[in-house]
Design a protein around this ligand. Structure first.
Ligand code: ADP
Ligand code: MG
Ligand code: MG
Length: 258
């Protein structure tokens, strides 16, 4: 079993206009284990993407206090590719377009980066796995020969993030608003992909605005984030409560003025 622990995490960014430090995360605590699916819900601008980018190690997010531990070891000093090699994966809210690298090339390199030099995946094994996952996600083979995300529609990008998830088979996957801009059919496909990964060797942190996705990927634990920290944790019923009462209802319940 693997564990991902976020401990009293404080994160600041440099404000472009004032050049001053702006604190976004104000003490996030979270413990995830493989075999579990956690959801984070929260209003816009509350720091959900900041948390996911910081866990993955994207530059520009300064950890001013606290730690992030993978199996008890701090990963703060590790660059993104090292964290990926150790089993972390982030599906970004706004996936980047990369010119000159096809989707298939990217996937093969990403898989091989996690395997020892003397045990790289064969072309045959790669193509077999790719075909199976394309079929599962109802994606066309032609998508894999196109440059990564270039000219993909919003929905295609999100589906492609799930293809990466299924191919790379990370230990922990953070999915940042994977449901945004998806119609109901695409949402079901995305959920099918994530659910197919469920099991003892996989954990996921699903970030969403809406309860809808959580009808299809039922989480074990739901956290609500407001004002840069987790203000409430519960089971799937917490998402339903939010859907009914809104974030304003929870603010009143907790007596928060954020
Ligand atoms: P969420 O994902 O919950 O909508 P974000 O993490 O994207 O929230 O943003 C949280 C807050 O931090 C917002 O007010 C946003 O404007 C600000 N923020 C995030 N990244 C930066 C940045 N690089 N520079 C300045 N402000 C940022
Ligand atoms: Mg947002
Ligand atoms: Mg966001």
């Amino acid at each position: 079993m693997a564990t991902l622990e976020v401990k009293d995490l404080h994160v600041a960014v440099t404000d472009e206009e004032t050049k001053g430090q702006k604190e976004i995360l104000t003490g996030v605590n979270l413990v995830m284990k493989t075999g579990e699916i956690h959801a984070i819900m929260g209003p816009n601008g509350t720091g959900k993407s900041t948390l996911s980018q910081t866990i993955m190690g994207q530059p520009g997010y300064q950890v001013t206090q606290g730690d992030i531990l993978l199996d008890g070891q701090s990963i703060l000093a590790m660059p993104v590719d090292e964290r990926a090699r150790r089993g972390l994966f982030l599906a970004m809210q706004y996936p980047a377009e990369i010119q000159g690298v096809t989707n298939a090339e990217f996937l093969r390199a990403a898989i091989n980066a996690r395997r020892p030099a003397d045990d790289q995946i064969s072309v045959m094994a790669f193509l077999k796995k790719l075909d199976a996952n394309l079929a599962l996600l109802d994606m066309s083979e032609s998508m894999t020969e196109r440059y990564l995300n270039e000219g993909f529609s919003g929905g295609e990008k999100k589906r492609n993030e799930i293809l990466q998830l299924l191919m790379i088979e990370p230990t922990f996957a953070i999915l940042d608003e994977i449901d945004s801009g998806l119609d109901i059919d695409a949402l079901k496909v995305v959920a099918k992909g994530v659910n197919s990964m469920r099991g003892a060797n996989f954990g996921s942190l699903i970030i969403t605005h809406y309860q809808r996705l959580l009808n299809y990927i039922v989480p074990d634990t739901v956290h609500v984030m407001m004002g840069g920290k987790i203000v409430k944790t519960g089971g799937p019923e917490l998402a339903k409560q939010l859907e009914k009462e809104g974030y304003a209802g929870l603010r009143d319940e907790l007596g928060l003025d954020i």
